[in-house]
Design a protein around this ligand. Structure first.
Ligand SMILES: [Zn+2]
Length: 492
């Protein structure tokens, strides 16, 4: 499949190994089937042998021979700062608190934010991520970030981070009302769920450099299917209770969920006791932030009572293992949370902290960390990791009908090549384990988002990645980001 616009209205995967989540893990996780995508949804799955083959002919139907493909739901990165991609490698060697001081000084032009985000988005797509939940930290051009997400072909939840309390010397705190107004304006501009466009569609710039000369295929009408908004108070250490209560009101008024950092570093978490005399989770509970539509990110420094409060609220937790280890935050108590019934998802956080946007790496690392810290090699099974990467991520990021391969679901999927050296010669139970613990980006044959094949054999089907990288380099040269030695020097 070459580059260019993706036009077929139906895609039939013929005779593929389709991931089928079972209640009973002893049942086969992959079953041979024909899978038909119509528009942006999985329309039919004909499992063998109990259901018949689907016919190959049909108007606009493209048939993909799937005998060497294992199809799994697209991965959801439930917490990203793709806009920080230009900051990758600049702050290596710092723990969270000095790192935070530096990231607040990360300021780019419109083009800078656009290309920083687009680079991260293309990297995420190539590694099987089909949906991200982007928290846009302090940024003068949030529309550049959203535009890059739209142009990349990803599905995305987007929230503009707001703060009204000086956590450190340079936290971008605003007056409470002004911060809430920013969040409200962002939601009204970009939440485009129901009408295929919404008011934000009018702001779309679809002709940015980097798109192929025949125009970007992701037109305004695509926004409705692939974008939804979140309210994103940055986290209690940089927020007042008034801001959190205002965020909850906005969330209710607009019917959008809340995306918030929580209990990330030890010092940051302990500041809650100094300010409020109670734990961060207790304060979030008191302000009614905890609810089924809320995604709590990190959640490292919690006790059993906090876990119980989260579980009772129905909130999701998003762990970010690479970022949390690299910044010395600690390890999210995922197994305890699982036992309490909390849906736990995974996040790559930003490349400036974690290093890469690769959800297979995050899932694998998460499982290994839990096994090591719990002293139990059986915890976080491949089924559990697949749940975290897919359905739990979709739930955390506010999407319904996503994160599963069943009839009626949104058609976001990843096709792994089972003829690769890492995935060959296995039964279907081992195949699932090997995808989680051995596979890499090199084994990904295709990535489909919203019914469109966006990545085929490592190539983006609409954007020339080489051209984007070249343009990004030019833009980066003009940005006023200190060189890495300066960051290290000032933060040491
Ligand atoms: Zn974050």
């Amino acid at each position: 499949m070459g580059s260019g616009q993706w036009k077929p209205t139906e895609v039939l995967f013929k005779n593929a190994l389709v991931y089928r989540r079972q209640g009973d893990p002893s049942e086969d996780p992959f079953v041979r089937a024909d899978l038909l995508v119509e528009g942006n949804r999985v329309r039919r799955i004909a499992y063998r042998p109990e259901r018949f083959d689907l016919p190959c002919d049909g108007p606009g139907r493209v048939v993909i021979e799937g005998s060497n493909l294992a199809l799994v739901p697209g991965f959801v990165d439930a917490h990203t700062h793709l806009l920080q991609t230009f900051g990758r490698g600049l702050m290596d060697g710092l723990p969270l608190t000095p790192w935070l001081r530096l990231i607040w000084d990360y300021k780019l032009s419109w083009d800078g934010y656009y290309y920083s985000t687009l680079l991260g988005a293309l990297e995420a797509l190539a590694s099987g991520t089909t949906c991200v939940s982007e928290m846009i930290t302090e940024c003068a051009h949030p529309d550049a970030v959203v535009q890059a997400l739209v142009d990349s072909g990803l599905r995305a939840s987007v929230g503009l981070a707001i703060a009204d309390y000086m956590e450190g010397e340079n936290t971008p705190a605003r007056a409470t009302d002004a911060a809430l107004k920013l969040a409200e304006d962002f939601v009204t501009a970009w939440d485009c769920r129901s009408d295929g466009g919404g008011s934000g569609a009018g702001k779309s710039r679809v002709d940015k450099p980097g798109a192929k000369s025949d125009g970007n295929p992701y037109s305004k009408s695509d926004l409705g299917g692939r974008l939804l908004a979140r309210i994103a108070p940055v986290g209690l250490p940089a927020c007042t209770k008034e801001l959190l209560q205002g965020a909850v009101e906005l969330s209710g008024a607009y019917g959008v969920g809340i995306h918030i950092h929580a209990c990330e570093g030890r010092a940051e978490t302990e500041s809650s006791f100094a300010r409020f005399g109670k734990s961060e989770i207790e304060v979030l509970d008191e302000c009614e932030v905890l609810s089924p539509g809320t995604q709590l990110v990190h959640v490292v420094w919690v006790d059993d009572h906090d876990i119980d409060l989260i579980a009772r609220s129905g909130s999701s937790v998003v762990q970010c293992p690479s970022s949390n280890v690299r910044l010395l935050d600690g390890v999210t108590p995922v197994v305890k949370m699982q036992k309490a019934g909390i849906p736990v998802a995974l996040g790559g956080d930003g490349a400036a902290s974690s290093g890469a946007y690769d959800m297979l790496v995050e899932g694998r690392f998460a499982a290994m960390l839990q096994r090591l810290t719990m002293g139990d090699a059986s915890v976080l099974s491949p089924h559990d990791v697949m749940d975290m990467l897919t359905r739990n991520g979709a739930r955390a990021a506010g999407w319904v009908d996503l994160g599963d391969l069943s009839e009626g679901c949104l058609a976001d999927l990843v096709g792994f090549n089972v003829d690769s050296p890492r995935l060959a010669a296995t039964d279907c139970h081992a195949l699932l384990s090997n995808i989680i613990f051995a596979a890499s980006t090199r084994d990904i044959e295709l990535v489909m988002v919203d019914g469109k094949i966006v990545v085929s054999r490592g190539n983006h089907t609409a954007l020339n990645v080489g051209d984007v990288v070249e343009r990004a380099r030019e833009v980066l040269r003009r940005e006023r980001i200190p060189r890495s030695q300066v960051w290290r020097g000032s933060g040491a």
